[in-house]
Design a protein around this ligand. Structure first.
Ligand SMILES: Cc1cc2nc3c(=O)[nH]c(=O)nc-3n(C[C@H](O)[C@H](O)[C@H](O)COP(=O)(O)OP(=O)(O)OC[C@H]3O[C@@H](n4cnc5c(N)ncnc54)[C@H](O)[C@@H]3O)c2cc1C
Ligand code: FES
Length: 277
């Protein structure tokens, strides 16, 4: 499972590149000292990142396993560890352990149309799967990406959402912002309302969604109203986690440890769990 025999022992990574995405989000590209891969992983899995000597925090791996030799994380500045990460420079050594959790059900999604729905920094876990789909384009049907943020300044991965992904065949990117600036000519409105306006046909489609809890709540309601079946609605949860390996009991919902059995769940699975998320 992990990169070491002791799953709690981090591997050393060197931060090769740091991209500022928004006022409070940066994307970090990390490589190993000898250029090898850290570990094999699946889109949707996470890794624990440590900033020495401050501490560690869990992040979705936002790079795709189809693109080798590095890992990427998009990190929002929030508290102790994320603030320390935002202060480091390229060349800094950090710790990486993982991969943790279950990834997206790629075999189940194969051959189907895919509807991605993301809000804010939560494009990060979906981006790994989106680029995986782009690199295995023949394995999937039509791809639609609905992505929204508070303002255009808060959209992340701008090169991909504006330039790269719309150029891929049978792929449409639909952007929305809560509040428009003068230079914004796209949709204005919340993600669930935009989803209902676009009204994508559920036939033959799997949808994958991630965003702030309030967005997920209303997106799930809209999808069910539009006729999507719970087994075709996939989401990824963000609970507070500490160990990442099912030992500390910080992340459980009922008897399920989100760090081991999630963070990816279908709505069908969530409906069988206590409503604690
Ligand atoms: C499965 C999973 C995937 C994640 N992926 C990403 C990602 O790709 N990018 C990213 O920026 N963050 C991600 N996170 C959240 C990230 O782990 C937290 O933001 C981070 O732990 C905060 O660490 P900190 O030391 O900076 O904040 P702390 O100093 O620990 O906390 C600062 C404040 O944030 C609150 N907080 C801490 N963690 C969370 C959380 N998970 N949810 C809500 N509030 C929290 C604390 O209660 C406190 O109020 C993910 C979390 C999980 C569980
Ligand atoms: S984070 Fe420790 S049990 Fe899940």
């Amino acid at each position: 499972m992990g990169c070491n025999s002791n799953p709690l022992l981090p591997k050393i990574g060197i931060v090769k590149d740091i991209r500022r995405e928004t006022s409070d989000v940066k994307t970090f590209t990390v490589v190993t000292e000898d250029g090898s891969d850290f570990f094999d992983y699946e889109p949707g899995q996470c890794a624990m990142v440590s900033v020495f000597p401050v501490g560690e925090a869990l992040f979705s791996i936002t790079s795709s396993p189809t693109r080798k030799g590095f890992l990427e994380f998009s990190v929002k500045e929030l508290g102790t560890v994320t603030k320390a990460l935002h202060q480091i420079e390229p060349g800094t050594k950090i710790g990486i352990r993982g991969p943790y959790g279950k990834g997206f059900p790629r075999d189940f999604m194969k051959g189907k149309d895919i509807l991605f729905i993301a809000g804010g920094i939560a494009l990060a876990p979906l981006r790994s799967l989106i680029n995986y789909c782009m690199d295995n384009r023949d394995d999937f049907g039509k791809i639609d990406i609905i992505y929204g943020s508070r303002s255009s300044d808060d959209l992340i991965q701008k090169v991909e959402i504006f330039e790269n992904w719309p150029k891929v065949r049978d792929t449409d990117v639909h952007l929305t912002v809560d509040v428009a600036s003068d230079d914004w000519d796209g949709n204005v409105g919340f993600v669930p309302a935009f989803l209902e306006e676009l009204n994508p046909d559920p036939a033959g489609k799997v949808t994958v969604t991630c965003g702030p809890p309030i967005m997920i709540k209303f997106v799930l309601q809209s999808l069910e109203k539009m006729g999507y079946q719970p087994e075709n609605i996939i989401t990824t949860l963000e609970m507070k986690m500490k160990c990442g390996v099912g030992k500390c009991g910080r992340c459980n919902i009922g008897d399920k440890y989100v760090c081991k059995e999630g963070p990816v769940f279908s709505l069908e699975q969530l409906q069988q769990m206590p409503p604690e998320f």
